[in-house]
Design a protein around this ligand. Structure first.
Ligand code: AMP
Ligand code: MG
Length: 496
């Protein structure tokens, strides 16, 4: 048996999932690894969680976050879930390479999951080895932290530990374990797992648990399960709108990768758009573009319909009535998403008031970017800059500038009816249009250095730059520009 560490490291677990939801998981212990080494340690997040960031930022932390030592109070378990993968239902997925250590309350009294990812086989591993390659771990670490800094709800990375072992993919690659912090790991697929087995009581227990943990306002509603569905629809609408505003393509929006909490989860083949195009796809396995940039709201709604199906027996005893009620909520997603999306687009355009024509103005700008494949992130930043430095800052990014110039004139006309001064407007726009995003070539460069040359410096510099995405940082202009031509078209791989 493994010896537990004392709570001197600040671990104060309170494991409601383990305690209240027996039968929803399998208790599992992490695999022992050869030579754990702490590569990344997120002190800020450790402090938020009340952990001893000093003591854990050491060999002790490496042992714990590799899975070699169990912190006191943890109850490691693999969660059961199912999911639609690229539209096809898989009745059993589950944590095949992850373990929930337990839950802790952070400084703001928010309940957070601590999960190890890459910690060895579980009963849900099927043919997999339960391990994670270093590149994939660092990628999730980086993108999650970048998303957080961009203000988008997301799981976060507490630690990345090298295991000192090889994992075998096409070739042997260094192995690693990620410690992930999340509001919870309850997915649409968690509901589907029990619904597909006809376990109505368990679906109800999971729904009740989710309401308490994530959407407590639903408890007061006349129909609490319908209110739960509506609450998940709301948080997902905001989440996906947030993705769209920064050009993020999740890449694998299977129902097992969609949370009930509304956090982004499972950074696999994701990427940020460079040259704007609504049908942008990066994932090598997404051959039909199911999860293309502009499809994301449609897919979110499709996933919500799958959640709705699991809740039908709870929503109303009469199935026809249940379907009517649920359909209303799922259908309402589109309009709600549209509103949230437009609000964000107004902010990106520097608008503080709402007018009829704003939707068209926003869409026409995107159409201009798409027509000439202009770099998304820097175009928005240039739009603000054009107010102080002249329209060429933006229009010179277009091979044919005429469409852009006509559009700028319309935008200027619209701005004339806004109350803000120019300087305030530019500052406001720069607070929502990031200067730095995880550019694909920079991410690849940083991961290659870390994996192939054991050089973490490029990774750490990138992580530092991305921690303040809206502020210009001296000496880091290179992080704000598109990839050189030679980088070519970008493809991502699941990296499992
Ligand atoms: P993902 O594609 O990361 O969302 O994972 C889909 C499913 O495959 C989940 O059930 C994972 O636990 C499982 N899985 C992915 N990689 C591995 C692996 N290396 N070993 C075992 N299970 C895995
Ligand atoms: Mg997943």
């Amino acid at each position: 048996m493994r010896k537990a560490f004392s709570s001197q490291h600040g671990f104060a677990f309170d494991n409601t999932y383990a305690r209240e939801l027996e039968g929803f998981y399998v208790p599992v212990e992490a695999a022992q690894v050869a030579k754990p080494r702490l590569l990344q340690w997120n002190r800020t997040l450790a402090d938020e969680l009340g952990l001893d960031s000093e003591a854990l930022g050491s060999e002790q932390g490496a042992a714990i976050f590799a899975g070699n030592q169990l912190p006191e109070g943890a109850s490691p378990l693999a969660q059961a879930y199912a999911g639609h993968q690229f539209g096809g239902f898989v009745p059993q997925l589950g944590d095949g390479r992850a373990l929930l250590l337990g839950e802790m309350l952070d400084g703001q009294n928010r309940r957070r999951d601590l999960q190890l990812k890459g910690s060895g086989r579980t009963p849900f591993s099927r043919g997999g080895d339960g391990k994670a390659p270093l590149g994939a771990v660092l990628r999730e670490h980086l993108i999650g932290e970048a998303m957080h800094a961009l203000g988008i709800p997301t799981t976060r990375a507490l630690a990345s530990v090298a295991t000192g072992e090889s994992v075998f993919r096409e070739t042997p690659v260094p192995g690693a374990v990620l410690t992930r912090v999340a509001a919870s790991h309850i997915r649409v697929g968690t509901f589907q797992f029990f619904a597909a087995r006809g376990e109505r009581d368990k679906v109800q227990r999971l729904a009740d648990y989710s309401i308490v943990r994530h959407h407590p306002q639903a408890a007061d509603a006349e129909n609490r399960y319908l209110a739960l569905l509506a609450a998940v629809a709301d948080v997902q609408a905001s989440l996906v709108a947030g993705w769209m505003h920064v050009g993020f393509v999740h890449g694998v929006m299977n129902t097992d990768n969609m949370t009930i909490s509304g956090e982004t989860i499972d950074y696999g083949p994701c990427a940020f758009i460079d040259a704007y195009h609504p049908q942008a796809v990066f994932s090598s396995i997404d051959r039909n573009g199911r999860y293309a940039y502009a499809n994301q709201p449609v897919i979110a709604q499709w996933n919500l319909a799958r959640l709705a199906e699991t809740l039908l027996p709870l929503i109303h005893e009469d199935e026809t009535r249940a379907i009517e009620l649920a359909t209303e909520v799922v259908d309402g997603f589109a309009a709600h998403f549209g509103d949230v999306w437009l609000d964000g687009m107004r902010a990106k355009l520097g608008l503080t008031t709402a007018e009829e024509g704003d939707l068209e103005l926003a869409n026409d700008f995107l159409a201009e970017l798409a027509a000439q494949r202009v770099d998304f992130t820097s175009a928005w930043r240039a739009l603000a800059a054009s107010l102080l430095e002249g329209e060429e800052v933006l229009s010179r990014r277009f091979e044919d500038a005429s469409g852009c110039q006509t559009w700028i004139a319309r935008w200027q006309e619209r701005l004339a009816r806004e109350p803000m001064t120019e300087r305030t407007r530019v500052a406001a726009m720069n607070r929502v249009n990031p200067l730095y995003i995880p550019r694909n070539h920079k991410v690849e460069e940083a991961l290659a250095a870390a994996v192939e040359s054991q050089d973490l410096e490029p990774f750490e510099t990138l992580l530092t730059v991305l921690a303040r995405p809206f502020e210009e940082q001296p000496g880091h202009a290179g992080y704000a520009v598109p990839a050189p031509e030679s980088f070519g078209s970008y493809k991502t791989f699941c990296g499992t």
